[in-house]
Design a protein around this ligand. Structure first.
Ligand SMILES: NC(=O)c1ccc[n+]([C@@H]2O[C@H](COP(=O)([O-])OP(=O)(O)OC[C@H]3O[C@@H](n4cnc5c(N)ncnc54)[C@H](OP(=O)(O)O)[C@@H]3O)[C@@H](O)[C@H]2O)c1
Length: 356
């Protein structure tokens, strides 16, 4: 089979080459998937050409396709199933190929109402946001009972601030916050705010651009309520500083998707990094409080995704299909690297690749 391998050229530019490799065989709990559409993520360009990936590498992790074969311990899937999956980051047989491997516990059935293009936008960001909100911040899951005495059906009077509501991770966190019945949901976003407004995913949207009053605007939106939970889907200092100014010093928690400076925030708050790798294994130096527990969580949450998608409760991210299939990935990742992709996920159909 063919796979696309990526590395960095001069000026950090992503470059790629095709390689012929043997079609892998799924072991134990692994699923072999014929990739129909691959998704992309910023990490696909960030970590190539150095560290764990010094040589050209197939760095794709979002798989959407059809089960080709399963390992002997896989009970949930069979050949022919339509699935999406989060591949183990930095391992071989990623999604920029004709076939890819994923563990069964981060694979889920794609219901008939969802296309492969839509499905490819989901696995990595969904597990990132879910681990952030439910494992790191300990918020109630969408299937927990509501605690609002005036409206107990699925409502939780817990305010949350989500920074970066228009990043793929941030928008997905907003969707889960709504499904968990949290309110008010306050988010900080920029020019792509229409993707939040379209599905009414936040109660208050604060603009991050040239805004020195973010802390005051959060205070106003809270209307006297204590803020105990915040999630940062952008996490480049000082994004979380104004949130920490407002966060309760009595048990307030803040987590986000990158290491944040020295981890110290205003008012003595400590940063807690959310890392999606903990759905699979420990990736030093990233923290992993309890990988075994996060693996169980990822299994349960992946099953929930199928149900929420089928019921229309959870919608995929907006997407753009790259021209030329795998041949379009290099151009797409370079656009992502330059910050030119706004409010959208880039996906590629393997069948559009020239010569396949
Ligand atoms: N720790 C983990 O496990 C993990 C997992 C996934 C991703 N990540 C990291 O999370 C980050 C976001 O990834 P992603 O895929 O969600 O990104 P993305 O979808 O590519 O984000 C694009 C959006 O970023 C927004 N943005 C740009 N500058 C901003 C700022 N100063 N404040 C707030 N928003 C800003 C823009 O919003 P507007 O258009 O509204 O301006 C833009 O639409 C990346 O650094 C990625 O490497 C980490």
């Amino acid at each position: 089979m063919k796979e696309l391998r990526l590395t960095k050229g001069s000026d950090n530019v992503v470059v790629g080459e095709f390689a012929d490799v043997e079609k892998p065989t799924p072991k134990d709990d692994q699923v072999l998937i014929k990739v129909v559409v691959t998704g992309t993520n910023p990490k696909d360009w960030k970590y190539i050409g150095a560290g764990k990936q010094p040589r050209p590498f197939n760095s794709g992790d979002d798989i959407a396709g059809i089960v080709e074969a399963v390992g002997p311990k896989v009970l949930d899937f069979k050949p022919g199933d339509r699935v999406a999956a989060f591949h183990v980051m930095h391992d071989p047989h990623g999604s920029f190929a004709e076939y890819a491997i994923a563990p069964a516990h981060t694979t889920f059935i794609v219901p008939p109402n969802i296309s492969f293009e839509e499905a490819a936008t989901i696995p990595l960001v969904a597990l990132t946001s879910a681990i952030g909100l439910y494992q790191e911040l300990g918020l109630p899951t969408p299937w927990a009972r509501g605690t609002d005495p005036h409206n107990p059906k699925g409502r939780n009077p817990i305010p949350i601030v989500i920074y970066g509501g228009t990043t793929s991770v941030g928008l997905t966190a907003l969707k889960f916050a709504r499904l968990s019945g949290l309110y008010p949901i306050i988010t900080i976003a920029g020019g792509s705010r229409d993707i939040i407004e379209k599905d009414n995913l936040a109660d208050v949207i604060i603009d991050y651009r040239n805004n020195p009053n973010i802390a005051d605007e959060i205070r106003k939106a809270l209307n006297g309520q204590e803020l105990k939970h915040a999630f940062d889907g952008f996490a480049e200092p000082p994004t979380s500083d104004p949130i920490a100014e407002v966060l309760s010093t009595n048990g307030g928690k803040i987590s986000g998707i990158l290491p944040y400076g020295d981890g110290k925030l205003p008012n003595g708050h400590k940063w807690k990094m959310t890392y999606v790798g903990s759905a699979h294994k420990v990736y030093p130096p990233f923290p992993a409080d309890d990988v075994e527990v996060d693996k169980e969580f990822a299994y349960v949450f992946s099953r929930y995704l199928t149900r929420a998608l089928e019921q229309g409760k959870f919608k995929p991210h907006p997407h753009e299909v790259l021209k030329g299939g795998l041949g379009g990935i290099v151009e797409g990742l370079n656009r992502l690297r330059e910050g030119k992709v706004k409010g959208s996920k880039l996906v590629a159909r393997i069948g559009d690749t020239e010569g396949l």
